[in-house]
Design a protein around this ligand. Structure first.
Ligand SMILES: O=P(O)(O)OC[C@H]1O[C@H](O)[C@H](O)[C@@H](O)[C@@H]1O
Length: 555
């Protein structure tokens, strides 16, 4: 879909932001807070059980006005509607991106090619419900008639990170009898370590692959099947233990999965947006279908907010525009996701795929090279751990990485005074990033410690913290299925809104394909038992030779 921003950087709204950044360049956030006692209330928004304090940003009301003007000029409201309507917003693959349909709990129809897709979505949820019930109630058992104790999900990328994040986030809701494991990597150690601890009689394998042709997933599935057959299982019993989720059922059947054990996926769901589909089965098995539906309802609440709230109060839009502000006007090329919640520690990895695979693009939807920065490097980890490691760079380093601090008001595990201490750590970080410490303050502190004037002179400048580093604080009551659903959907929509501003296709991932294509040729050269034919660059050839010397003496 063409939009009005082919020359984004030439737009008046873009130029106005450039000029405004010049005005803001020497303003310190300390001053902004001093000048306006209402700053917290002014830059605070809520939706779907999430609260966003975005007052600790390098912004004024004027900044927001100009960012909103850019969003309107880029037709963001129309593009949001286009996504919900099922328009072909994935232009290179010529299809809609309808993850919102998977959590559409309203009665509204959503059409793809004139066909309402909601009946199929609802029917799949009902099938999942029945399946989850049969496993959890022990109606469906393993080959020796024992109930299942372990679920192993085999999948990678979007068929791994999302469900793994949700499973870990909702550990307090796990069914006591079922353990959940994930195998993704084509590194024998991953599957070996999982198989080492489970029993084939009581293990259910879920093969998760939209395309059903992902090398890592298929190779790991072969290993799992072989292990099953060598440890008491038979060919006839495979259907009791192997279930697949895929948009290519014929490939799964050919691979040996029983037709009745295949759950559908659809072309109109991107892998990194698929945890809401049957790809969420490992999660649904462990937390139960009621909780899985709550997860969907949280995401649905965020969907409605994204679709209906004015841009000025719209959480995903605010986060998206702040990202544009820093990436395109302040030179930031990274963004940190810092969950202060043990259960949410997988969030950075999921958002990393979601955001970087969606907006790591260098041409517009029309294929023209962009002359501005698109998606940032997403990184992060759990707080407070990071404070004792990489936060140093946030405080005193030379690169700018705005950060989202994410923390619940209440913990699932009230141990001693831990949660208050955790909360205090989180707030002290955002405060330190914002206000920093001046040289005068550093000197006063050193003098108060009784240091000599020489020592004060020697140390003061090292103790200066520039501050003025932007952060958002995202709060919610507790990590429940509903809030986790809303939180993930928030980042999905932020990603889409940024893709709209940058005019990129947020739903394809052609860059990933090149490595896969080259990998096939290299594998052949590594494994051929005769002298390998073909050559490429000297580095790759040299590394291939090292591997071959180790594995095929003589060649
Ligand atoms: O679900 P699959 O078809 O196996 O794909 C798994 C993953 O692999 C690909 O390489 C893509 O980069 C991901 O977006 C995708 O989620």
């Amino acid at each position: 879909m063409a939009q009005a921003t082919t020359h984004l950087t030439q737009l008046n709204e873009w130029q106005a932001l450039l000029a405004h950044q010049g005005d803001m360049a020497n303003v310190h956030m300390r001053e902004l807070f001093n000048e306006d006692p209402q700053r917290f209330q002014r830059f605070f928004a809520e939706a779907a059980g999430l609260s966003l304090d975005y007052s600790k940003n390098l912004i004024t009301a004027e900044t927001l006005k100009r960012l909103m003007a850019l969003a309107r000029r880029c037709q963001l409201p129309e593009r949001i509607e286009a996504m919900f309507r099922g328009d072909t917003i994935n232009v290179t693959e010529q299809r809609p991106a309808l993850h919102v349909a998977l959590r559409n709990l309203s009665d509204d129809a959503i059409e793809v090619d004139g066909q309402d897709i909601m009946p199929e979505v609802r029917a799949t949820l009902t099938r999942m419900e029945e399946f989850v019930w049969r496993i959890r109630s022990t109606q469906w058992r393993g080959f020796s008639n024992k109930p299942f104790t372990d679920v192993v999900s085999i999948g990678i990328g979007g068929s791994f990170l999302g469900p793994k994040l949700v499973s870990a986030s909702l550990k307090p809701y796990w069914h006591g009898q079922l353990n959940c494991h994930y195998v993704a990597n084509i590194d024998g150690s991953h599957i070996t370590e999982v198989l080492r601890h489970i029993n084939p009689e009581t293990t259910l394998f879920l093969i998760q692959s939209k395309s059903f042709r992902t090398q890592e997933t298929l190779e790991n599935t072969k290993v799992a099947r072989e292990w099953f057959l060598q440890n008491g299982g038979s060919f006839e019993q495979i259907s009791k233990h192997f279930v697949a989720v895929t948009a290519k059922p014929e490939a799964a059947i050919e691979f040996g999965i029983a037709e009745e054990n295949i759950f559908p996926m659809w072309d109109w769901v991107g892998g990194r947006y698929s945890l809401w589909s049957a790809i969420g089965l490992p999660t649904a098995l462990t937390i139960g279908m009621d909780n899985f539906r709550s997860l969907l309802s949280g995401a649905h609440a965020m969907d409605q907010h994204f679709r209906q709230a004015p841009l000025e109060k719209n959480l995903p839009v605010i986060l998206a525009l702040l990202g544009v502000w820093y990436g395109n006007f302040w030179g930031a090329d990274a963004h940190a996701i810092l969950p202060y919640d043990h259960y949410l520690r997988g969030l950075p990895a999921h958002i990393q795929q979601l955001d970087m695979e969606s907006n790591g693009k260098c041409v517009t939807q029309q294929g023209d090279p962009v002359d501005y920065q698109t998606g940032p490097i997403i990184w992060g980890g759990a707080g407070a751990n990071g404070q004792h490691a990489y936060h140093q760079l946030l405080h005193q380093g030379t690169c700018l990485s705005p950060a989202d601090f994410i923390i619940p008001l209440q913990t699932h595990n009230p141990v001693a005074n831990h949660h208050a201490i955790l909360f205090a750590n989180c707030l002290s970080q955002t405060q330190a990033l914002m206000q920093g410490r001046t040289e005068a303050e550093a000197r006063t502190e050193l003098e108060a410690q009784g240091l000599s004037p020489d020592e004060v002179n020697r140390l003061a400048r090292h103790k200066v913290i520039p501050g003025n580093k932007p952060s958002n604080t995202l709060l919610f009551e507790r990590a429940t299925p509903r809030t986790v659903g809303a939180l993930i959907a928030l980042y999905e929509h932020k990603t889409y809104a940024q893709g709209v501003i940058w005019d990129v296709d947020s739903f394809d991932q052609w860059g990933v394909e090149l490595g896969k294509q080259l990998g096939e040729g290299i594998l052949q050269r590594l494994q051929s038992t005769t002298a390998p034919s073909g050559s490429s660059d000297s580095s790759t050839d040299g590394l291939i030779a090292l591997f071959r010397n180790r594995h095929h003496n003589g060649y």
